[in-house]
Design a protein around this ligand. Structure first.
Ligand code: ADP
Ligand code: MG
Length: 253
């Protein structure tokens, strides 16, 4: 079986602290894989090891057949592993369409350097793709609004469009509903379900159990830097080990 993402024996320490210990995690093409775990479990550290913001002390992160350890974040992004919902943030002074055009342009040309001599007005193919990404997150009607002026929930959907327009092979979502109202959370779940139907592989780090159980095909549970369980939502729900480490304390959040 080949995996689109194969995290093998990854460990990371900060001083004396073992943030990750011999983590193994495999993601199959097309699946939605959730990573859950209590605060401080190592979720963000693991994600940062995947996208090149941190280098693991040991182990490999094989994406699409290539080890990404030691590669630059930009190269990893360009290879098709795209993270949304943390950095880069949106550009508040640009309109929504321009916000989505920038990553589309960077993806196509392999650079963020903008050539002012080439008018974006002539980039019809790129504009169409950017408008489609905005439509995918139901923001196309507001394409000419300043990004700084839209609601917080809409900003996060805009960030998602900025990720989608890059047509990632693997989309990494870092707590996509953190800080959202229940209404916005439900909208985001619906949106992520639609993306799921498109077959795009996703890894979601998420705290909200409602979101995790609505979306995930498989769930891996991190606790104190170790994967303590990996399985289907039902298997995870019924695992005594997981209940003890995590679910029991946060299911009523
Ligand atoms: P989670 O995302 O699951 O809440 P983190 O990956 O952020 O957990 O953190 C795991 C552990 O590593 C925590 O104890 C945290 O304090 C520590 N940690 C994370 N990043 C750093 C860092 N840059 N320097 C030192 N300690 C860190
Ligand atoms: Mg975190």
């Amino acid at each position: 079986m080949s995996y689109i993402l194969d995290i093998d024996n990854v460990s990371k320490t900060f001083g004396g602290l073992h943030a990750l210990s011999e983590v193994n995690l495999k993601v199959t093409e097309g699946e939605t894989h959730a990573i859950i775990g209590p605060n401080g479990a190592g979720k963000s550290t693991l994600l940062n090891c995947c996208i090149g913001r941190l280098e693991p002390d040991t182990g490999t992160v094989t994406f699409n057949g290539h080890n990404m350890v030691g590669q630059q974040p930009w190269d990893i992004n360009h290879a098709g592993m795209v993270r949304v919902f943390q950095t880069p943030e949106i550009f508040p002074d640009l309109n929504l369409l321009e916000n989505v055009l920038l990553p589309a342009l960077a993806k196509r040309d392999g650079t963020f350097r903008f050539n002012p001599m080439r008018s974006l007005d002539r980039e019809t193919e790129l504009r169409d793709r950017a408008m489609k990404a905005l439509a995918d997150v139901s923001l196309d009607r507001f394409w000419d609004h300043h990004a700084g002026s839209i609601s917080r929930g809409d900003k996060r959907r805009l960030e998602l469009a900025m990720g989608l327009v890059q047509e990632p092979k693997l989309l990494l979502l870092d707590e996509p509903t953190a800080g959202m109202s229940r209404h916005d959370t439900n909208r985001t779940i619906d949106l992520l379900k639609q993306i799921k139907e498109s077959g795009m592989t996703k890894v979601i780090i998420e705290h909200d159990m409602h979101v995790v159980f609505s979306l995930a095909d498989r769930i891996s549970v991190l606790a104190q830097g170790r994967i303590i369980a990996s399985g289907t939502p039902d298997e995870i729900r019924n695992s005594p080990k997981v209940k003890e480490a995590y679910l029991g304390e946060s299911e009523d959040d």
